[in-house]
Structure formats: C-alpha cells, structure tokens
Design a protein around this ligand. Structure first.
Ligand code: 5RP
Length: 226
C-alpha cells in the first residue's frame, strides 16, 4: 500500500472516535486532510458536532468546504478530542510536530483538549526522537540572536525557507529548524527552549498525546495508548 492509502486508513479509523455533540479539534497536514474529507462525509450522513476548532488556515478552509463552521480556540472553554498528524513519534508517545509550520496553534489546541489522538503511517514511528528537524518558532525581533545561540549550543539551526524568503508563520514569526540528530534528552531540550526569550513555541510535544493510530504497511491498523 502506498503512503497516502495508509494515511487515509489511519484517518478513517480515527473518525470512529468522533461522536455527536463533541467539541472537536482538527489538526493540520496531509494525513489530517484525509480526516477532514471523511468528517465531511459523516456530516452529510448526520454527524452533528457541537463545535469545531482547528490549527491552521489550510485546515479551516477545507473544513468549511466540507460544510463545517469553524470556531476560534478562544471561543471554546475546552476541546473534547483533537485529532492531528505527527512528524515523529517515540515509544512513549512523545513526538516532534510542526513540519507544516502550524506548531504554535497545534500545541495550544492540544493542551486544551481532553484527549489527543495522532494519526500516522508507520514511517513516523522512531525508537528515539531526532531523524526530523525540530521546528522552533521565533519572534523576528530577536531571531538572529536566537539563531546564533542555537548554533553555539551545537543544535544545528537552519532557517525554514519558502523559496528565497524565510518562511513566515500564521503569526508573522520565523521558524528555525534544529537539525540535531538524535535529539539530546527531549525534556531537557524542551525546557531549554521554553526558557529561551524570543522562542514562541517549539515542536517537542511531550506528554500530550494519549493515543496514536498507526497504519502499517501490511494494511493493519494499530492503536497505541499511553
Ligand atoms: C503540521 C504538523 C503535521 O501534523 C505533521 O507535519 C504531519 O503532517 P503529515 O500528515 O502531512 O505528514 O505538525 O505542523
């Protein structure tokens, strides 16, 4: 099976967790794109959600095309379930996210969700985080200092680019990808980044995911719970 078929399988399986009356969080990425189309089908077949929030303008547009009204995160007091993709997942269900640049809103939606489920194909599973550059969203006002600090600390910073220009996030910030592999102890790195002035958010999602739905290349679906 090709990777897109696997992404679609994981997305369809996750849809079974979505129930009438829920406040649903919908993430970002190519796997989530399959989820949104499936949710649209289920809406046509009668699914009634209380509210939907999402983590990017891309997903918002696709949700609206599928008939959903999207609320901002600030308009809900909690989210019952958020389904998102992930770039890497380790055996403790910690992960690296933000390959699509939506990490700041993704983390904010996730930490306000009662349950977080990630949908992945098996290429995303790793024994140890690394193997994928860690996105760090930084304020433009101090981004050069942040870049220099990361380089000095041996974190192998690279500017996220969009053609010849620096990639700009939804919030007008830049992304510095840390290409260090493997990552040092993720909790230590996360706390270093959390304490670095100018860092808006980073893509280490630790102790956030409750369940991963993995589509295996042999066509099996595995549900791994924390
Ligand atoms: C976007 C993300 C995505 O969830 C992650 O990049 C996975 O995307 P895909 O399903 O396309 O592999 O974190 O910021």
């Amino acid at each position: 099976m090709d990777q897109n078929e696997l992404k679609q399988m994981a997305a369809q399986k996750a849809c079974d967790l979505v129930k009438d009356g829920m406040i649903l969080g919908v993430g970002t990425g190519s796997t989530v794109a399959f989820l949104i189309d499936e949710l649209g089908q289920r809406r046509k077949n009668g699914l009634k959600l209380a509210k939907v929030v999402t983590t990017s303008s891309r997903s918002k547009k696709q949700l609206e095309e599928n008939g959903f009204t999207v609320s901002p995160l600030s308009a809900v007091d909690h989210v019952d379930l958020t389904i998102d993709g992930s770039d890497r997942v380790d055996p403790s269900l910690d992960g690296i996210k933000g390959g699509g640049g939506a990490l700041t809103l993704e983390k904010n939606v996730a930490i306000n969700s009662t349950k977080n489920v990630w949908i992945v194909d098996e290429t995303k599973l790793v024994d140890r985080l690394g193997d994928f550059p860690l996105p760090v969203e930084v304020l433009p006002i101090s981004c050069e200092q942040n870049f220099a600090k990361f380089a000095k600390a041996g974190l192998k910073p690279q500017w996220r680019m969009n053609g010849d220009e620096r990639y700009v996030t939804h919030y007008g910030n830049y992304i510095i990808d840390l290409a260090i592999d493997p990552l040092p102890i993720p909790q230590g790195l996360a706390s270093y980044l959390d304490q670095t002035v100018g860092v808006v958010e980073h893509g280490l999602f630790l102790n956030i995911c409750d369940e991963v739905i993995v589509a295996r290349s042999n066509g099996n679906i595995e549900e791994i719970r924390r």
